[in-house]
Every structure is written in C-alpha cells, then in structure tokens.
Design a protein around this ligand. Structure first.
Ligand code: COA
Length: 143
C-alpha cells in the first residue's frame, strides 16, 4: 500500500508540481494515516486485487459543508489510484461502485471528488462514472 500510495503521490506531483508535491515526511505521515484509515470505521480504504496483487485503492471519508449551509450527507473520495498496467479494465469503476455501496451504508447520499484540472483522464473517468463538475478552484502565485 505504501508503494502504491507513493506512486499516486508522484503522479499527482508530476501533473501539479507547484501544489501537489509530497512533503519531505510524506511517507511517515502516510504510515500513520494508513493505520487511522484501517482502524476508523467511519473511513474506508478499499483495495482492488488481480492475481493476488493489489492493483488499486480508494480512500473515502465523510464530508460536511460548513454548518451554515443546508447540505446532504456526503462522502469525500480523497485518493483513487490504479497501477498503470491495470488501467482501462474497469478497476476504478469497480472501486467507486464499492465506495458508493459503503457510503450508502453510512447514510451518505452523494460522493464528492476533487480532481486536478490537468488530470484529464481522471476527469473523464469520474464523469464517465456519472459525476458532474460543481466548482473550480483557482490559484495564483503572489509575486
Ligand atoms: C484515473 C484512474 C483512476 C482510472 O482508473 P482505471 O481503472 O483505468 O479506470 P476504468 O478502467 O475504471 O475506466 C472507467 C471509464 O473512465 C474513463 N477513463 C478512464 N481512464 C481514461 C483515460 N485515460 N482517458 C479517457 N477516459 C478514461 C473511460 O470512460 C472508462 O471507461 P472505458 O474504459 O469503458 O472507456 C487511473 O488512470 C489512475 O490511477 N490515474 C492516476 C491517479 C489519478 O489520477 N487518480 C485520480 C485522482 S482523483
């Protein structure tokens, strides 16, 4: 899992070096986060296996808007990764279906995703899964 998570981080960093590069202690932090995800029944870390190998994973947690907004219960999909060799075989779709089933069991009514704008494959994938864009985050360096 640590290797897969690192590969995910490195791919994200390659797309967006300015704001998605791993911190110097990222691997140590992941070790703690991993344990929390496994132990916390309110979070989900689901993996996909093929031929006895883990080929993908997804991390999901409850999400709440600021209390001032009327909102429906949601689950936020924070990380979703499929190893390059296993892509385009429906692994991400299967992981999202599994997360949706888990989230429904938690009482959630929606899944929420944040996808880097430059990550066209991922945008296509979540749209193919039925998600629609809601907001765009803009950043500008202050010089
Ligand atoms: C994005 C990612 C998770 C997709 O995983 P995957 O297992 O290949 O996706 P699936 O095979 O389930 O694809 C489902 C559908 O999404 C769309 N899709 C997936 N990858 C695509 C791509 N590279 N280009 C265009 N459409 C794509 C297609 O509609 C596909 O259905 P089809 O193959 O029948 O045409 C994978 O490429 C990945 O891990 N990328 C690096 C990490 C990342 O970007 N994670 C998402 C951050 S939120």
């Amino acid at each position: 899992m640590a290797l897969l998570w690192r590969a995910f981080m490195d791919e994200q960093a390659a797309l967006d070096p300015a704001s998605s590069s791993p911190a110097s202690d990222a691997d140590a932090r992941w070790a703690v986060t991993f344990r929390d995800l496994v132990d916390d029944p309110a979070s989900a870390l689901l993996v996909a296996e093929a031929d006895g190998q883990v080929v993908g994973f997804v991390v999901a947690e409850p999400h709440a808007e600021a209390p001032v907004y009327a909102s429906v219960p949601e689950v936020y999909v924070g990380e979703l990764y499929v190893v390059p060799e296993a892509r385009r075989h429906g692994v991400a779709r299967a992981l999202l279906d599994a997360v949706a089933a888990w989230a429904a069991g938690q009482g959630a009514e929606r899944l929420r995703f944040a996808v880097l704008w430059d990550n066209a494959p991922s945008r296509r994938m979540v749209e193919a899964w039925g998600a629609t864009p809601q907001a765009v985050t803009f950043v500008r360096a202050i010089t």
